[in-house]
Design a protein around this ligand. Sequence first.
Ligand code: PEP
Ligand code: MN
Length: 696
Amino acid sequence: MTSENSEVTSKTSEPKEASVEQIRQSINGIDEQILELLGKRREASVSIAQTKEKNKSALRDRQREEDLLLYRIEKGKSLGLDSHFVTRIFHEVIDDSVRLQRQYFQTQANATDVGRVVKRVAFQGIEGAYGYLAAQQHFAREGDNVSYLGCSNYQAVLEAVEKGKADFGILPIENTASGGINEVYDLLLHTQLSLVGEETCKVDLCLIGQKGASKESLKTLFCHPDMVMQCSKFLSDIDVSLEYFSDAALASKRLKESKDPAVGAITSKETARLFDLDVLQENVGNQKESYTRFLIVARKPLTINRQVPSKTSLVFSTAQEPGALVRALHIFEDRGINLSKLESRPILENPWEEMFYLDLEGNPEQEHVQDALDELTRVSRFIKILGSYPTERVAPTSVKPENLAQSGADAKSGEKSLAAKESKTNKPPLPKKAKGYKLASREYKNEDTIIRVKGAVLGGDNFTVIAGPCSVESEEQIFECARVAKECGATILRGGCFKPRTSPYSFQGLGWDGLDIMAEAGKMYDLPIVTEVLAPDDVERAAEKADIIQIGARNMQNFTLLSEVGKTRRPIMLKRGMSASIDDLLHASEYILSQGNQQVFFCERGIRTFETATRNTLDLSAVPVLKQMSHLPVIVDPSHAAGTRWLVPPLSFASRAIGAHGIMIEFHPEPEKALSDGPQSLYPEQLKELMRDLMG
Ligand code: PEP
Ligand code: MN
C-alpha cells in the first residue's frame, strides 16, 4: 500500500478527514492489488495443472475445496466479511481456476489441433443471433481468437464444417421453456461431425422497437417462431400481428431498416444494443429464467483427458419388445453412470418407432463407460456415438450445512440422532394396513421418499433446517434473514406472504410483493424458498416463484386447495391441522399425491389439547409414527408449538433426537418489532447458537 493509502485508512495519523478524492484513490489502489493477486493466482493454477497432469491426479479435489472454503469463510468473518460474500467470490475464483486447468489438460490431450491461430465458427443467422452470442461466450471464455460465419439454416452450419469452410459449428439443441429443437436432433443423426463442446446461454427476451418508440404504438412484431412460443403469454395480451423471421437478429436488422415506430421485435438485449434499437419491455418470456443449450461440432472427435469432467452424447434404438429400453438403461445404472438427458424422437418413415438421444456423464476413455457402451451396442438395433466433450458447468464448491453451523465456534460433542441407534435395537412393528389412503403408505412404497429442492434435501439421513421470519415484512428484513439463515447452515428460507391470521384485523401479509422479495432473496443467497398459499386460485401463480408450497395447519383439510397443489410440480409441505389426527394428516396427503404430485412432506407443528402452558402441544410421537406408516419425510415446527422463544431450542433438540428429517424455525432480525409471532421468533444470535449446538 502507498503511504498515501495508509494515511487514509489510519485514523490516528490523519487528523483531518480524508477527502472523497483521497478515499477514491485508496479504493483504486486496493482494486489494483486485487487484480494483481488474481493474475498471480491464475499463474499458480496453470502450474498446478502441469503438476496434476504429470502425477495423473484428479483435476478437482472436492474435499480440499470444501475445507479451504470453510477456512476462508471463517477467516472472512474475522475480517468483517459475511460468509455468503466470501462464498460467492471464491466460487468465481475456483470456477475460473477449474476452467483454466481444464483448458490446459484439453490442449495437451489434443496437441495436434493447436496449429490454427484463428478458429472459424459457423452459426445460424446473422451477427447478433443467439447462436452468435453463444459462440462468443464459448470461444471467448476459452481465450480463442475467432472469426464467425453466419449461415442461413442449421443444415448449412453442418455443411460449412463438413466442407472445411469452418472449424466449428454451433447449434441450439434445447431450450428450458420451449423444449428440444427437433430439427437439430434429426440432423445430428445424419452428420459425420462429432460433438466437441456445449454451451448454455441465458435467454433474456425483450420487446424492442425504434429509438423513442412505445409499446402502445406497435402494430407488427418481427419474431423467430421459437421466441413466439417462449413468450406466448405476453403475446396473447397485446394486439399485434406477427411476421416470422429465421433468426432474431435478422428480425432486428429488418426492424432497424424499416424505421417504422409501429414495428417491434422480440429479441435479446444484446441484439438490441448491436442494432442500436430501444428495449421497450424486458422479461417478456413465459419463464423469468430461460436458457438455451448449444452443442459445438467439429470434424474430428475430441480426446478427453481422463481428469476432466465430461459428457458423452449418443443416439440409439432398441428392439421393439417389452422392457428393451429399461434393459438398456440398466446398463448405465449397473456401472454407476449418471444420465443427464434422455429424449426420444420418432424415426422418420417408421411410424411409432423411436430413437433415443442420451447424454451420460463420462467418456469412453474411462473403462466403465467404454464397457457400458459395448454392452449397449450388443442390445441395440442402432447406435451412434455423437461425441464426448468437457462438461460446461463447473459444479460449485459447497460447505455442508453442519460445517457451516460450526464455523467460527468450538464444536460441541452433541448426541446425534438417537433414532438412528434406536432403530437397530428396537425395530417398530410393521405398520397397520392403510385404510382410505394408499400412495402415502409404506405398503405402497417401502423406501423413503427423498425430496431435493435446489441444494436442499428432505428425507433419508439428512437433517434439514428451514429458517426465516413468520411473515415477509420488507425487503430489508428478508435479505437480512436470508443472509443469517445461509450463514448458519439453514438450507431453506421461509417467509409467509399470505398470512392466515386468527383475527381479520391482524397483519395479513404483503401478498405477491412479498413473494417477489422472497424470490429475489432466495436467488441472491442461493436458498430455495417456502411460502404458504391460502387460496386455490393463487396456487399456479405462487408455484412460479416458490420452490416449496406450504399448506398451513388451518388448511390441512381444505380439499380443493390440496387437489390444486397436487397438480403442481413443486414439493408441498403439509402441516398438521391443529385438531387433526395422524390419520387425518395421512388422508390429507393422499389428496395431493393422487393428483400426481409425489413430493409431499409432513410438518408436525403441535395440536390443541387441554394444556395451556404452551401455544400448542408438540406431538413428538407423530414423528416415528408417521415414519412407520409413510415413506414421506417428516419435519417438526417447534416455533408454532412453543409460542415462546425459550422453548424452541429444547423442542428442536428433541425433534432431532426422535428422528425428524428436519425442523422449521421462525426468527426475526428484531423480534420485538415483528408484525406476527414475535414472541416465538428467535434472535439471529440465538438461531446461530442453536444451529451450532444442533448440527454438531
Ligand atoms: C406458518 O408456518 O407460517 C403458520 C402459519 O403455521 P401454522 O399453519 O402451523 O399455524
Ligand atoms: Mn408464524
